[in-house]
Design a binder for this molecule. Structure first.
Ligand SMILES: Cc1cc2nc3c(=O)[nH]c(=O)nc-3n(C[C@H](O)[C@H](O)[C@H](O)COP(=O)(O)OP(=O)(O)OC[C@H]3O[C@@H](n4cnc5c(N)ncnc54)[C@H](O)[C@@H]3O)c2cc1C
Ligand SMILES: NC(=O)c1ccc[n+]([C@@H]2O[C@H](COP(=O)([O-])OP(=O)(O)OC[C@H]3O[C@@H](n4cnc5c(N)ncnc54)[C@H](OP(=O)(O)O)[C@@H]3O)[C@@H](O)[C@H]2O)c1
Length: 413
């Protein structure tokens, strides 16, 4: 059998390998991701989970946005007309670019203090700081788990532009927000600080202490325009938001899906949003007192130092509360080594469980989510190449087939 045929046979026909939203495959459990206002009726009693409140308000917000552009009535009446603020993904509507860079939403910062909200501790590196910042969007920027928003900093930008161009950030809160009001959105933002590097926007003597107290007055320094703006925000400050956007990292609707998550650094953001929904929010609770999610969620997290282990407290809490459903492994690259003395990267850690992960990936209900550094993709090939070969397959072909079946979700940068 040719490689690609073998892979297809293993995974099932593309598009049927997982229960895509809108699929007619029967399921007794409630769907993981919420039904859109359009097809809520068709889903019957199978009330959706993620983004329910967000999506309920979506039609209203999209209409209001469209009405503002004097197109509301037409776009709401005629199904054939493309709706503003909405994208159809696998037959479901999701919020989409309700706010553009030219007409952003003006939100307010709710929380962004150095202690205790800042997640990381000084490591000695200039760019040690990562913050968890929460904005109030008043319910006007609905989103679902796995999407991103844009932030517009006042600038000046790299070429002096004011305001600066938008920077995208993966959303770190679930659709209902950290406070479960559906009116807030949280981000996990790393402060870019480069000392005596290729670029500088502070000459010697110009760098002042940031909100965390870090400063390099004796050096040429480049401070990232938007990340420094965001990390330095104070509750009550105004923030310009665009989006939401992104359809690559959405959760499957099947509550029995298994979810393997691979995150390096701030790539943890979308994973946090999933985990809040699966194991924390009221929206994810089932009527029997358990969770709507019935599968396995396995997180692999890669960071340079143990002081940079983002959201570790939350992961430890899920491990305790859901030992049969949540697995958590991390690779601390500058503190740990594997048995062969190699630097502990996420793929080095995964290699310890290669057989188990490979088996899990053969299940049509298993999805892989990867977010963070680009190098992780080749890392996966290193990890699973040998085991794929043992099974008569080529990893890249296998990964391609998983992607085609919408089971392999990659957002790396
Ligand atoms: C889909 C997506 C999701 C993302 N999610 C997150 C997230 O959740 N958290 C997060 O922290 N980040 C995330 N990012 C990255 C984020 O968008 C920003 O790129 C990051 O915060 C840096 O932006 P900045 O404005 O601070 O830095 P910038 O000011 O844009 O600087 C970035 C780099 O540009 C270099 N530079 C400066 N001047 C020049 C020049 N003249 N020519 C060439 N290079 C120059 C600098 O040396 C620096 O390394 C995401 C990116 C994408 C695409
Ligand atoms: N949706 C998105 O696209 C999205 C969302 C969030 C973040 N991001 C991007 O993800 C990146 C995260 O960076 P960060 O600064 O937050 O991370 P970080 O804290 O520096 O952590 C990254 C970790 O990955 C390790 N690493 C380096 N090369 C690797 C490789 N080839 N394979 C596996 N691991 C490797 C690093 O090890 P060493 O440094 O010790 O070598 C470190 O331990 C940023 O570029 C950010 O823009 C993208």
């Amino acid at each position: 059998m040719a490689q690609s045929t073998a892979v297809a046979a293993l995974l099932g026909a593309a598009g049927t390998a997982f229960i895509a939203p809108g699929s007619t495959r029967p399921s007794t459990a409630p769907a993981l991701r919420g039904a859109s206002p359009v097809d809520a009726g068709a889903q019957g009693s199978s009330a959706g989970l993620a983004g329910t409140a967000a999506l309920a308000s979506l039609a209203g917000v999209a209409m209001a946005a469209a009405a503002g552009r004097k197109a509301g009535a037409t776009s709401c009446r005629a199904a054939a007309v493309k709706k503003k603020g909405v994208k159809v993904v696998h037959g479901k509507e999701i919020p989409w670019n309700l706010f553009s860079p030219k007409a952003p939403y003006q939100g307010k910062v709710v929380e962004n203090d150095f202690h205790p909200q800042t997640l990381t501790q000084p490591t000695g590196d200039a760019n040690w700081e990562t913050t968890h910042v929460t904005f109030d969007h008043g319910g006007k920027v609905p989103y679902i788990e796995g999407q991103s928003i844009g932030v517009i900093a006042p600038g000046p930008d790299k070429k002096g532009e004011q305001p600066a161009k938008i920077r995208l950030y993966s959303i770190a809160s679930s659709a209902v927000g950290d406070d479960q009001t559906s009116k807030t959105v949280s981000l996990c933002v790393k402060r870019v600080v480069e000392v005596d590097g290729t670029h500088a926007n502070r000459e010697k003597g110009q760098d002042k202490p940031d909100k965390a107290g870090t400063a390099y007055p004796d050096n040429k320094v480049y401070r990232g325009v938007c990340s420094n703006h965001t990390c330095d925000m104070t509750p009550g400050d105004e923030v310009l938001i665009t989006g939401p956007t992104g359809a690559e990292m959405l959760l499957p609707t099947d509550p029995e899906a298994n979810i393997i998550m691979l995150a390096t650094g701030t790539g943890i953001a979308p994973m946090r949003s999933y985990l809040r929904l699966l194991f924390h929010d009221k929206a994810g609770a089932s009527s029997d007192g358990g969770r709507k999610f019935k599968g396995i969620a396995w997180l692999f997290m890669g960071v340079p130092y143990s002081k940079s282990l983002l959201y570790d407290d939350e992961h430890q809490a899920y491990t305790k509360a859901f030992p049969d459903q949540f697995r958590y492994d991390y690779a601390v690259s500058r503190e740990q080594k594997n048995a062969a003395g190699q630097k502990m990267y996420i793929q080095t850690k995964m290699a310890e469980y290669a057989e188990e992960l490979w088996e899990l990936m053969q299940d049509e209900k298993t999805h892989v989510y990867m977010c963070g550094l680009k190098g992780m993709e080749s890392g996966m090939a290193e990890c699973f190449g040998p085991i794929a070969e043992k099974n008569g397959l080529v990893w890249t072909e296998f990964a391609k087939a998983m992607k085609k079946a919408d089971r392999y979700h990659v957002e790396v940068y």
